[in-house]
Design a protein around this ligand. Structure first.
Ligand SMILES: Cc1cc2nc3c(=O)[nH]c(=O)nc-3n(C[C@H](O)[C@H](O)[C@H](O)COP(=O)(O)O)c2cc1C
Length: 138
């Protein structure tokens, strides 16, 4: 079981309806590929967490990389002993859900600094704690 978290920048402004449609379609596709995770969009930046079998993730990743709606800037891989998000195929998370936006700031900062693909221990802890918080809320 693998997981990847990444930041990308949207290439054009997105309205809520378009974003919801993207998340709904992703949710449907991900469930059939055993991929789970979450997506948020704030200030033109997507943060997405995906987890699942390696081959399914690789296939999604190549579609994500060639999707003209965004440009991937940073990504990091995590090795999981078990899936964290059993309920969400792809859950669109309102950035307002994060009190004062802090965990999302941490995530953006950590990924921005840590780059790709390896995370040092501090960065890994920060990413893991955000993922833990979100998964506890699912
Ligand atoms: C920010 C972002 C996140 C996305 N997340 C997913 C996802 O989790 N699962 C998925 O199947 N497609 C996702 N997509 C869409 C894929 O890039 C791709 O367009 C889609 O999988 C193609 O399938 P379709 O033509 O059947 O919609 C995402 C696109 C963007 C811009």
């Amino acid at each position: 079981m693998k997981a990847r978290i990444y930041l990308s920048r949207s290439t054009s402004p997105l309205d809520v309806t378009t974003l919801r449609a993207l998340a709904d379609r992703s949710d449907e596709r991900n469930r059939s590929a055993s991929i789970t995770g979450f997506l948020t969009h704030r200030n033109g930046v997507f943060t997405q967490y995906i987890e699942g079998p390696q081959t399914a993730l690789d296939s999604l990743w190549s579609r994500l990389e060639s999707d003209p709606r965004h440009t991937i800037e940073r990504s990091a891989d995590l090795v999981l002993s078990q899936r964290r998000f059993s309920e969400w195929g792809m859950h669109l998370l309102d950035p307002l859900w994060f009190p004062s936006g802090a965990p999302l700031d941490v995530l953006e900062e950590v990924l921005g600094v840590a780059g790709t693909p390896n995370l040092d221990d501090a960065a890994l802890n920060a990413v893991t704690s955000v993922v833990d918080r979100v998964s506890n809320a699912q």
